[in-house]
Structures are given as C-alpha cells and as structure tokens.
Design a protein around this ligand. Structure first.
Ligand SMILES: [Zn+2]
Length: 197
C-alpha cells in the first residue's frame, strides 16, 4: 500500500480549535483535501472567519489575499475537491462559461454532433431575409423549426448576426378617422350592441 504524504495548508490566523487543512498531492498536482468533508457538489467545506465556505475559495483567498466576495472561483483542473490555489482562477460567470466551451463541455455549432449545417450555411440562412423558413428548410434539408431557431438566435448563437438596417418609416401624421363621422358611427354601433345585450 502506498502511503500518500500529507501536507498542511499554511493559515496565518489559525485558532487552536480549528482543524488544519491537510491534503495530499495527486498526479495532476491537485491538492486533495483529506481533513474536511465535501458538500453535495463535491466541494470541500470549511468553517473559517465565522462562516461555512468552500475550501478552494478559502485557500485561494488566503494565498492571494484578494477580495473574492461575489466572484466565482473556478477550477482549471476541473476537480471540485482540489484546493490548490494555483489551480483556481477568479472570474465571473462569463469566464466560467468560456472555460467550459474551451474544454468542449458545451458543444457548439458544427462541433455539435447533431448539427447538419456548416457555419457557412448558417451565415447564408441568416443573410437570406426573403425566403420563408419552410423554403430554407427544404433547401438545407433541415426542419423549419430549426431555421426559425437559427433566425431567432436560439441555436448557433455564437455566429454574429448582422444588424438588419431597417429603413426609417416616414413619420405618419397623427391618426385621424379617414371619413369624418366614421368615428361617431362606430360609437353609435357600439352603443347599439351594448343595448341589445
Ligand atoms: Zn487541481
């Protein structure tokens, strides 16, 4: 049996009742904590500074001395149980999503196995303003629903859409009833309808 060497994470203000963070280093250089329990998502929990928090956030904060409230701390190594501050980056949600797509956890467009269309075809579809979804569906061998989803930006979101230049409509004069008296007539009929109720 291989006994893994345990390390203690240095904490500047460790109180004597607090359990020190102990970990071993795995083959990827990840700090796998053995002293603290994990939560339902696989992150280690730790109680410090009067609150329960995720261990990787805490070790990141201790190491970098950064203010991380309201920020996401993302694992580059993809191991929620890792508390190596060098494997964590602070970022917002967008950054987290970027990491995801970089690692192809989220398949997009052509990379997505179910996609029949190429990027070029999608651009063509987006540029074609005159054909109906049904017509385009026949042309490209997909469903009309698929075309509508492309047009509405539900799928292939990453393709930049050209802003359609809408010609400014000539300003209409404030609407007047076309035939004077028509207005009155309508009112009259409305009244009549009500009366017959
Ligand atoms: Zn790691």
């Amino acid at each position: 049996m291989i006994v893994k060497e345990l390390h203690t994470f240095p904490e500047p203000n460790l109180t004597k009742h607090a359990t020190p963070i102990e970990y071993y280093i795995d083959e990827d250089g990840c700090f796998i904590c053995v002293s603290h329990c994990e939560d339902k998502d696989g992150y280690r929990k730790i109680y410090r500074d009067g609150k329960s928090q995720r261990l990787h956030r805490y070790t990141y904060k201790v190491r970098t001395d950064e203010e991380i409230d309201g920020k996401l701390i993302c694992h580059c190594c993809d191991k929620p149980g890792c508390c190596n501050p060098d494997h964590c980056v602070a970022g917002d949600h967008v950054l987290n999503m970027q990491h995801r797509s970089e690692r192809n956890r989220t398949a997009t467009g052509e990379k997505n196995g179910s996609s029949k269309l190429t990027t070029e075809q999608v651009v063509e579809i987006l540029e074609d303003q005159s054909s109906s979804p049904k017509r385009l569906a026949l042309k490209y061998g997909v469903t009309a629903k698929h075309i509508r989803e492309i047009k509405n930006g539900v799928i292939w979101k990453h393709i930049k859409r050209k802003k359609t230049v809408t010609k400014s409509k000539p300003k209409m004069a404030p609407s007047k009833p076309l035939i004077p008296g028509n207005h009155k007539l309508k009112k009259h009929w409305n009244k009549k309808e009500k009366a017959s109720d």
